[in-house]
Ligand binder design. Structure first.
Ligand SMILES: [Zn+2]
Length: 463
């Protein structure tokens, strides 16, 4: 492979470089398919230890300015992951990390590498890039959960055989779980920041009308029936919730194990038993739901098959949040968005009013108008007749700004007056009265009991 002059190419494949040409080793077709290349002119390479490399390519050299402190957090990630899982399912591992406002975001796992795309200012505006700090912990976890251990119906002997997704609540759900845990243990985010992220996820599921009718297991069909196309009423249809509600299963399992064993065991023991065999093997080892239940039973005897089946098939209001109370926390709402919610709103260019008016408002870069980007099914905005795509023109007869709508929600708190929203859609101007007197609402996990609970122990770094 000959690259443009001066470019550096990173991949899980190894080869001999002469000038701008790399002669790669001969590998099997499977390994070739699983080994993409990231090449670029502005690059840096950092050794994270344990034969893991962070290969970074950026839009401009100035974005490559990672500080020693930031790099040590990334080394912590690798160290904590190896401590957690025990065995490594790679001989070497390469993060193919792109910092770009042109390429857009990406996260795609491979056995010995991952394609990781975030905004250009990941290193250079560390606080603002907080939502992106979860990406590398998540994709790295996939080397164990997804690439090495693979759901039996997802594993196929060749690329002609269709895959089936019934175990994605392990593949993605437990990867979400370890992704957040490793993000906290490594210090890529602080514990309060990770608690804020979990609060945001828990609140999203706890207020999701679609949970009334659609069980979690059915969302594992989403990659096939929806393939990430936009949905009209996301809150009443739900989407790939095997990620985040899948994570709830493991948060709860950890709390059950830690409580039942008086803190001597937890999901760490499951990780060792389920992922920590065959050191150095980057093949695949398949499993069924019975294998998952059996491994849980070997850690802490319980009717895990019934637990998992119920979590996967039950419908009804409210998310499974027993793990919150079991750790001495409460999911509470107040009028101040968390640092995490603020960072997500800023990076997505949206205003999150989901738990008050039941809308989110979007103003993409370069747009001159703000539009409703999401409406909660059965929420105050829904009941008033608002829908996605309407341009917001005025709030209480004053020109629309994010500040104006926040002020109007605050002013209506505890009173009886409606909030008047004027919208414009395809040349038609219309005014709606919204009945909402509950003020601004943003979720937080608040510690209400003394001492460290299961969640606190789970998020603490391993020595
Ligand atoms: Zn994933």
């Amino acid at each position: 492979m000959t690259y443009p002059k001066g470019w550096r190419a990173a991949t899980a494949l190894r080869g001999v470089t002469t000038g701008d040409t790399v002669k790669y080793e001969t590998v099997s077709y499977d390994v070739l398919q699983d080994s993409p290349v990231l090449a670029g002119r502005f690059h840096r390479e950092d050794d994270l230890g344990h034969n893991v490399f962070l290969n970074t390519v950026a839009d401009d050299p100035k974005y490559l300015a990672a500080s020693p402190a930031q790099l040590s957090l990334h080394r912590n990630l690798v160290d904590q992951a190896v401590k957690l899982f025990g065995a490594r399912h790679f001989d070497h591992y390469d993060f193919l990390f792109s910092l770009s406002d042109q390429l857009g975001g990406s996260g795609l796992e491979h056995h010995r590498s991952s394609e990781d795309g975030v905004g250009a200012k990941y290193f250079t505006d560390w606080e603002a890039s907080l939502p992106d700090h979860n990406l590398l912990p998540h994709e790295f976890t996939h080397s164990w959960d997804g690439k090495f251990r693979r759901g039996q119906d997802l594993w196929t002997p060749n690329f002609n055989t269709p895959m089936r997704d019934s175990l994605l609540w392990v593949y993605e759900g437990q990867t979400q779980f370890w992704g957040y845990v490793l993000e906290a243990r490594s210090g890529l985010a602080t514990k309060p920041q990770v608690l804020d992220a979990l609060a945001s996820i828990a609140a999203g599921l706890d207020n999701l009308p679609a949970r009334d009718w659609r069980p979690l297991i059915d969302t594992t069909n989403d990659p096939i029936i929806a393939s990430r196309k936009p949905k009209g009423w996301l809150s009443n249809q739900r989407s790939e919730d095997y990620y985040n509600e899948g994570m709830m299963i493991w948060l709860e399992a950890d709390a059950i194990i830690r409580t039942g064993t008086k803190g001597t065991k937890g999901m760490d023991d499951f990780a060792r038993a389920f992922f920590g065999m065959n050191d150095g093997d980057y093949g695949e080892l398949t499993y069924t739901i019975d294998d998952v239940a059996q491994t849980l039973n070997s850690v802490y005897p319980n009717d895990w098959k019934a637990f998992l089946t119920q979590r996967l098939t039950r419908t009804g209001k409210g998310a499974p949040l027993d793990w919150v109370a079991a750790s001495g926390y409460e999911l509470r709402y107040d009028d101040t968005p968390s640092v995490f919610t603020k960072a997500v709103s800023a990076s997505r260019k949206t205003l999150d009013l989901n738990y008050s008016l039941g809308i989110s408002v979007g103003k993409p870069t370069g747009a001159t108008v703000s539009k409703i980007s999401g409406v909660m099914w059965d929420g105050p905005a829904y009941k008033a007749g608002l829908t996605v795509g309407q341009e917001l023109v005025a709030v209480n007869d004053r020109p629309y700004t994010d500040e104006a709508i926040n002020d109007a929600i605050k002013a209506a708190k505890g009173g009886r007056d409606p909030i008047r929203l004027t919208t414009k859609t395809q040349g038609l101007v219309k005014t709606y009265d919204l009945r909402w007197n509950g003020g601004l609402r943003y979720p937080h996990l608040v510690k209400v009991a003394k001492g460290d609970g299961p969640l606190d122990k789970l998020l603490a770094p391993r020595p």
